[in-house]
Each structure stands twice: as structure tokens, then as C-alpha cells.
Design a protein around this ligand. Structure first.
Ligand SMILES: Cc1cc2nc3c(=O)[nH]c(=O)nc-3n(C[C@H](O)[C@H](O)[C@H](O)COP(=O)(O)OP(=O)(O)OC[C@H]3O[C@@H](n4cnc5c(N)ncnc54)[C@H](O)[C@@H]3O)c2cc1C
Length: 597
């Protein structure tokens, strides 16, 4: 069968904030650029981001990038690489102002400057008091941002392939990345995209969990494709549970609600965060707040007939503030919880929200992996940015509003690196290997020929329940061990999924089956990496790693201050050092300390 080939300078997979920001850099430099996306660009999950994008503009409270860097390193529980964190925090103001100049409709202060609100873990003077650092467009920041970036790309003539699903990465005999296979969802036909550079910006994979704030399309495709092509995945044990998903529905209530003054209360009406985080209280970082909530629920102080959630109270805010700053949240509460937050508190529980790990990159957006003694050797032709990538700025726990910032900074940076690598002649169009499309065609033809197989929805549900039970907010030694066996069993079932409808045109059953392959890679990586990490750090908290003087909060820096690398083949684990050195000589590293808020 002959397969259509298309040739570009660069192909970007994903049209969320990271993909669009990278595409802009390439198109504006005059490179022939294609962007593939499963959904129309402005439907990417970035559109759902509510609370804001971090930058130390200091518009209403004093601020600077050093404090932002300190907060981010501390938030990461020292697992973030300090060179990448310094790079991101220093670049923040530039990329946010740039976005404003692209037409992003930020809210304004009376003096005309960008409105900023406080967010969890962001502080002044190295953890002393909350700071207003999150630049917001009401509670629809991601929506405004994605539209501004999309329009700018239309202006730059970026070529979009909408409703195209990338299937597999193409690497040649040298291990260099030379293209990607993709299926047009409308026709079911597979094509090869041949390019000098491939940039992955495929977003997160929150759908491995049963309860998630993530869109249904967040199936970790880029991460799965990288894993199948022999690229390791970094720090996949670290998943963020957002404290405030609507109880029973999972839909997100932004941390911006607490930034505007919202308070968490237990069944006794007590503001319980005062006990867990005396300084930042409800604005402590997300892992800390989520665990405090689960502890309240486990100790019998949960609300409702089943005592299975807590309350987020903003009834003390003026209706005007709620209508002006949090209109979307009011709507979500009315629709999904049946309460008007002007009059009554919102029932909330921690819900899976964000993957801290992903495809390993450096701060230039180059994908890196161990080679000939170098743990961070770039993979020629391969770049990644956004939630699918691990730069690593979020380490073991991400601070709110640092993800939208990550998209802008590392989307731009990956774009700049590709432009440099192509214009300098470092990257050329290498020939496609003979078997370029084999991996993708084998997956499609297995689905076409499978009989007596397993059901895609049942296997996905089994995966989601396994992840929720065995790798949740708190982690237990036995549950993790059982979880590894369970998830490997589910992965076996995923090898024989069968779709009854074999037609080609708009076959969503086929798309879901192909997505499941990617979810399974992510789920295996998560469970196996989590079982192996015998300490508590950030979002990964184990019952058998208690707080002690030697191991603050259960963290063991002697043995575990290192990044996990999981290889799909043989489920092999490897580790690499954390970079504790900032980028610039003049910048002081943030020294290891116990994390308290
Ligand atoms: C409800 C919610 C609220 C949030 N609020 C905030 C916030 O206020 N501040 C903040 O900093 N962070 C927030 N986050 C996190 C942040 O929004 C995300 O981490 C970020 O938007 C991810 O952007 P991205 O560009 O990496 O991917 P996405 O925006 O998820 O886009 C992924 C893109 O990849 C494409 N794609 C995926 N697989 C394929 C494939 N196989 N082939 C072709 N295309 C593919 C998709 O079509 C899509 O275009 C929030 C997240 C959620 C879920």
C-alpha cells in the first residue's frame, strides 16, 4: 500500500498553548511549519485553564523573579532543575507582556496595568506572605490566551491539520527523529510527515485516573509515542491532585477562588488549613492542601451524608467580586454542584489534575536521554514543550499558574532552538527509513483483524480504577506493589482490544482504541516509578516514609534526590541527577530545606 508523504521544515504535534507558541516562533521565522491536532486548536485543554499565568510583574504587590524561583524550587520539593527554573522565572515577564501585545485581554487594575491575584505557594520574601503574581483574565485565562495565540498563528500563516491524530514517532538507524505518522480522522487514512524537526506539545494524560479535571482528549499521546520509540519518561510518579474538584463531578474550581479569599471548611465549619499550614493557610501548595483535605475526610470531619468532601466557602465575598472575577466558577457551581456560591459553600474533593513528569527535555526544549555516559544527550530532531514535557521545572509538585507560564516560555524556547538548528544547518532533512510507517500500520492492522478481543471501554475503566486506588493522593507500600501487578495485567488486556466497527470514516472507536495504547504507557510508567521511589517528596507521599529529623516530611535526599527515567521496553528504570545549579553564575542556588508553608 502506498502511503502519502508530506514534507515540512518542522512539524508540531499539538495546538494547545505550548504548540501554538512554538508554531508562532517557527512560522514567523519563515519556516514551513505544520501543526497537527486532534481537535480544533482552540478546543485544546489549555482553553479550560481558569486561574492565571504567573509572572513577577509586581503590579499590585512588590515582587521579583528571585522570589518566584525560590517558590518554584520549594514547590517542586527540590526535584526541579534549577537552571530550567531560573530560565522560566526570568523569562516570565517578557513572555506575558509579549502575549499582551498579541492582544490577550487581561483584566486591568485601575492604573491600566495587568490584574494579578495570589495563588498557592507563591510568596513574597521567600515564603513570608502571599504575593499577587498570577496574571488573569477573569476565570478564563486559558481561553483568552489560546485565542490570542491562535489568531497570531493565523496571521503568521501556520498550516494546521485539524482532526489529525499522530500515531507514532519515526526514528532512523542513528536514533534521530525524522518524522511522525498520522491518521486523518475524517478518512482513516495514514500519512507520513517527514521533517527536519518534530516538536511534541500533546499535553497531559490526566485521563489515566478515574476522577480527573482533564478533558477526554488528554490521553498522553505524545508521551506514549515517545515511550514506544525508546525514549524514557521522566518522573512519572508525580501527579498533581488539585484540591478543589467539584465533589462527584471532578470539574475544576480554580485555586483563584482561594486567591480571591475563599476558605476551606470541614464539617464543623472549621478553617482547618490553619492547623496544617499556619503561614499560607488555604494558599499553601496543592499537594499540601489536598493531603490536608483527605486527612480531614479520613478522620471523620468530611461534609455531606457520606462525609466524603469538604466545603469551599466564598459567601463572605461581595456578590460583585464573584460576578466580576469568578463568573465561570459561579456557573460551574450552579451547573455541577447545584449551589450558588454567593449564597452557599461549594462541595469539593481533590481530583487528578496535572502530570509533573513527561518526555525529558532541557530548557531549550530539546528532548534528552542517556547516551555514552551523558544522562542528558539531545535526541537529534526531537523537541517537546508543555505538559507532555519534563524540563523539569515542576519537579515533584507544580505551583498553580506555573503551567501556562511553562507553555509560553518553553514553547517559545523550543521554537527558537528549532529555528537556530535549522538556520545554522545543524538539522537537515534526513532520509526516511524503509520501515517508517510499519509501527503505526501494525497497530492499525491489529485493530482491523482482532477477533475475540477485549473491550476498549472496559480496559480503560480497569486502568482508571487501578490508578485511582493504587496511586492516589496518599500512597501505600502494599497498594503500590499490588498496583504494579494489576496495571501490568490491564496492559496485557490492552494488547487485544477489539473494535466491532472497522469502518474508516470518522471512526471514533478506532481513535479511542489507539489513545488507550498511549494511556497504558503512561499508567505503567506512573505505577512502576511510584512503587520504586521509596521516599515521600512533593505529590508522592508514602505511608512507609514518615516524617523524622533525618527525613523531613519523609524526604530522603541522600538516596532519592534524583530523577526517575522509565523505559517502556522491559519496564526498566534508570535515574539521573537533579540539577541544583542555576543557569547563571551570579544566581544563588536555593539550598535544600524542609518544606513548610
Ligand atoms: C481545568 C484545568 C484548569 C487549569 N488551569 C490552569 C491555570 O489557571 N493556570 C495554569 O498555569 N495551568 C492551568 N492548568 C494546567 C494547564 O492548563 C495545562 O497544563 C496546559 O494548558 C497544557 O497545555 P499544552 O499546550 O501542553 O497541552 P493542551 O492544551 O492539552 O493541548 C494538547 C494538544 O495536543 C493535541 N494532541 C494530543 N494528542 C495528539 C495526537 N496524537 N495527534 C495530534 N494532536 C494531538 C491536542 O489536539 C491539543 O491540541 C489547568 C488545567 C486544567 C485541566
Amino acid at each position: 500500500m502506498s502511503i502519502t508523504k508530506r514534507t515540512y521544515d518542522a512539524v508540531i504535534v499539538g495546538a494547545g498553548g505550548a504548540g501554538l507558541r512554538a508554531a508562532l516562533q517557527l512560522s514567523e521565522a519563515g519556516l514551513k511549519t505544520a501543526v497537527l491536532t486532534k481537535v480544533f486548536p482552540t478546543r485544546s485543554h489549555t482553553v479550560a485553564a481558569q486561574g492565571g499565568v504567573a509572572a513577577s510583574l509586581g503590579n499590585s504587590t512588590e515582587d521579583n523573579w528571585h522570589w518566584h524561583m525560590y517558590d518554584t524550587v520549594k514547590g517542586s520539593d527540590w526535584l526541579g532543575d534549577q537552571d530550567a527554573i531560573e530560565f522560566m522565572c526570568r523569562k516570565a515577564n517578557e513572555v506575558v507582556v509579549e502575549l499582551e501585545h498579541y492582544g490577550m485581554p487581561f483584566d486591568r487594575l485601575d492604573n491600566g496595568k495587568i490584574y494579578q491575584r495570589p495563588f498557592g505557594g507563591h510568596s513574597q520574601n521567600y515564603g513570608q506572605t502571599p504575593v499577587s503574581r498570577s496574571c488573569a483574565a477573569a476565570d478564563r485565562t486559558g481561553h483568552a490566551m489560546l485565542h490570542a495565540l491562535y489568531q497570531r498563528n493565523v496571521r503568521a500563516n501556520t498550516q494546521f491539520f485539524v482532526e489529525w491524530m499522530a500515531l507514532d514517532l519515526i526514528r532512523d538507524a542513528d536514533g534521530d527523529v525524522v518524522g511522525v505518522t498520522a491518521m486523518e480522522m475524517e478518512t482513516g487514512e495514514v500519512s507520513i510527515f517527514h521533517a527536519k524537526a518534530i516538536v511534541f506539545a500533546t499535553g497531559g494524560a490526566g485521563r489515566i485516573f478515574y476522577s480527573s479535571t482533564n478533558a477526554f482528549i488528554n490521553t498522553g499521546d505524545g508521551v506514549g509515542m515517545a515511550a514506544r520509540a525508546g525514549i524514557p519518561l521522566e518522573d512519572m510518579e508525580f501527579w498533581q491532585f488539585h484540591p478543589t474538584g467539584v465533589a462527584g463531578a471532578g470539574v475544576l474550581i480554580t485555586e483563584g477562588v482561594r486567591g480571591e479569599g475563599g476558605i476551606l471548611r470541614n464539617a464543623d465549619g472549621e478553617r482547618f488549613m490553619e492547623r496544617y499550614a499556619p503561614t499560607l493557610k488555604d494558599l499553601a501548595s496543592r499537594d499540601v492542601v489536598s493531603r490536608s483535605m483527605v486527612t480531614e475526610i479520613n478522620e471523620g470531619r468530611g461534609c455531606g451524608p457520606d462525609k466524603d468532601h469538604v466545603m469551599l466557602d466564598i459567601t463572605h465575598l461581595s456578590p460583585d467580586t464573584i460576578m466580576k472575577r469568578l463568573p465561570g466558577i459561579r456557573e460551574i457551581s450552579i451547573q455541577f454542584a447545584g449551589v450558588d456560591p454567593i449564597k452557599a459553600p461549594i462541595p469539593v474533593v481533590p481530583t487528578c489534575h496535572y502530570q509533573m513528569g513527561g518526555i525529558p527535555t532541557n530548557y531549550k526544549g530539546q528532548v534528552v536521554m542517556p547516551k555514552a555516559g551523558n544522562p542528558n544527550a539531545p535526541v537529534t530532531g526531537f523537541y517537546a514543550a508543555g505538559e507532555c514535557a519534563c524540563a523539569s521545572v515542576h519537579g515533584a509538585n507544580r505551583l498553580g499558574t506555573n503551567s501556562l507560564l511553562d507553555l509560553l516560555v518553553f514553547g517559545k524556547s523550543a521554537g527558537e532552538t528549532v529555528v537556530e538548528d535549522i538556520q545554522s544547518g545543524n538539522l537537515r532533512l534526513k532520509p526516511l527509513p524503509e520501515d517508517a510507517a510499519d509501527a503505526a500500520m501494525a497497530r492499525i492492522s491489529r485493530l482491523d483483524n482482532q477477533t475475540n478481543g477485549t473491550d476498549v471501554h472496559e480496559v480503560r475503566l480497569a486502568m482508571q480504577r487501578t490508578m485511582q486506588k493504587h496511586a492516589g493522593v496518599f500512597r501505600f507500600k502494599e497498594l503500590l506493589e499490588e498496583g504494579v501487578a494489576e496495571i501490568l495485567k490491564v496492559a496485557e488486556q490492552a494488547k487485544t482490544t477489539e473494535i466491532k466497527d472497522k469502518s474508516k470514516v470518522w471512526n471514533t472507536a478506532r481513535v479511542e482504541a489507539l489513545e488507550l495504547d498511549n494511556l497504558i504507557e503512561v499508567a505503567k510508567a506512573t505505577m512502576i516509578s511510584a512503587e520504586a521511589r521509596k521516599e515521600s517528596r512533593g505529590a508522592h507521599v508514602r505511608d512507609d516514609a514518615p516524617d523524622s529529623e533525618e527525613f523531613p516530611n519523609g524526604r530522603n535526599d541522600k538516596e532519592w534526590l534524583k530523577h526517575t527515567l522509565w523505559f517502556s521496553e522491559g519496564n526498566r528504570l534508570d535515574y539521573k541527577p537533579v540539577n541544583l545549579e542555576p543557569m547563571n553564575e551570579g544566581t544563588k542556588p536555593i539550598a535544600l530545606a524542609k518544606r513548610v508553608y
